[in-house]
Design a binder for this molecule. Structure first.
Ligand code: AMP
Length: 281
């Protein structure tokens, strides 16, 4: 695995792969890798000749009071995992490498960037789309792999790739869960054993939405009310949002007639977790 810390090195590695007509895949991550990340790597290995992974804890997608400083960083362990998966290129730049001082240019998807996580975390998606645009410019992948776990992020990225004519195919991989159903996340490491148990209520609430929907309920308000009853079983879990939205526009849906995203974000203690399920009539 070639480890690139600078933009010129990573650009040269990407170009070398593409020069030999190879399909180059990119898996952007913030590191602290788990099976969810590795499922994206696996999909990339299956669909591409050369696979690049980026590890960059992107400061511009964190709010001023969020967990940027304490976000888990496990570079050595991550490298070993990626070596084992036969990843070809690892791009792991420093903050100074990615952001020049005095930078004034941002990529932002209007509207979409203010919904779901974008509403609770102002500026979050602006940071995500800007850093993903930078990564695409540096690596120049043919395909980029993202997780359904971050469903709102997927909608925002699909839209910016379309609007800015990036020649990159976006592949979305299913949510990987722990055995008990908790969606894998680097932030699960923040949970103490009690919180870890309480966190299961996110998935239970989504299952309730799915089951109520399958039983014939199409009214979003009724489905949300049912899910909130489940959440109420864990009074120490505080819902940030629980919404049924169009998966592409992230606009709220009142009556389910097409594919619908049921998305939840909740605080378990001080840890903000997200999860989602897709309802498909
Ligand atoms: P992160 O390091 O949290 O920025 O995540 C990097 C990529 O991995 C994003 O595309 C995430 O959606 C994806 N990802 C994170 N957790 C999971 C999971 N449990 N299942 C599938 N993909 C995931």
């Amino acid at each position: 695995m070639q480890i690139c810390a600078t933009i010129p090195e990573a650009r040269a590695a990407g170009r070398k792969a593409r020069a030999s007509c190879k399909r180059l895949g990119l898996v952007p991550t913030m590191g602290a890798l788990h099976e969810g990340h590795l499922s994206l790597v696996c999909a990339a290995k299956a669909q591409c000749d050369v696979v690049a992974v980026s590890i960059f804890v992107n400061p511009t997608q964190f709010g001023p009071t969020e967990d940027l400083a304490r976000y888990p960083r496990q570079f050595e362990r991550d490298c070993a995992l990626l070596e084992k998966e036969n990843v070809d290129i690892l791009f792991a730049p420093s903050v100074d490498e990615m952001y020049t001082k005095g930078e004034a240019t941002w990529v932002m998807v209007e509207g979409l960037s203010d919904r779901l996580d974008g509403r609770s975390r102002p500026g979050h998606f602006r940071g995500v789309t800007t850093v993903v645009a930078k990564l695409f410019h540096v690596i120049e992948p043919d395909i980029a792999f993202f997780g359904q776990k971050d469903a709102a992020q997927v909608a925002v990225i699909r839209r910016f790739v379309r609007d800015l004519n990036f020649p990159v195919e976006i592949v979305v991989c299913p949510i990987v869960r722990e055995l008990d159903g908790l969606a894998m996340s680097s932030r699960n490491a923040y949970l103490n054993p009690e919180e870890r148990q309480r966190a299961l209520v996110l998935q239970r609430s989504l299952r309730c939405v799915e089951e109520t929907f399958r039983a014939g309920e199409k009214n979003a308000a009724t489905l949300i009310a049912a899910a909130k009853e489940v959440i109420a079983q864990e009074p120490q879990v505080h819902v940030d949002y629980l919404e049924l939205v169009d998966p592409d526009t992230l606009e709220p849906i009142e009556l389910i007639t097409g594919k619908t995203l049921a998305a939840i974000a909740a605080y378990v203690g001080t840890t903000r977790l997200i999860d989602n399920a897709v309802l498909n009539p």
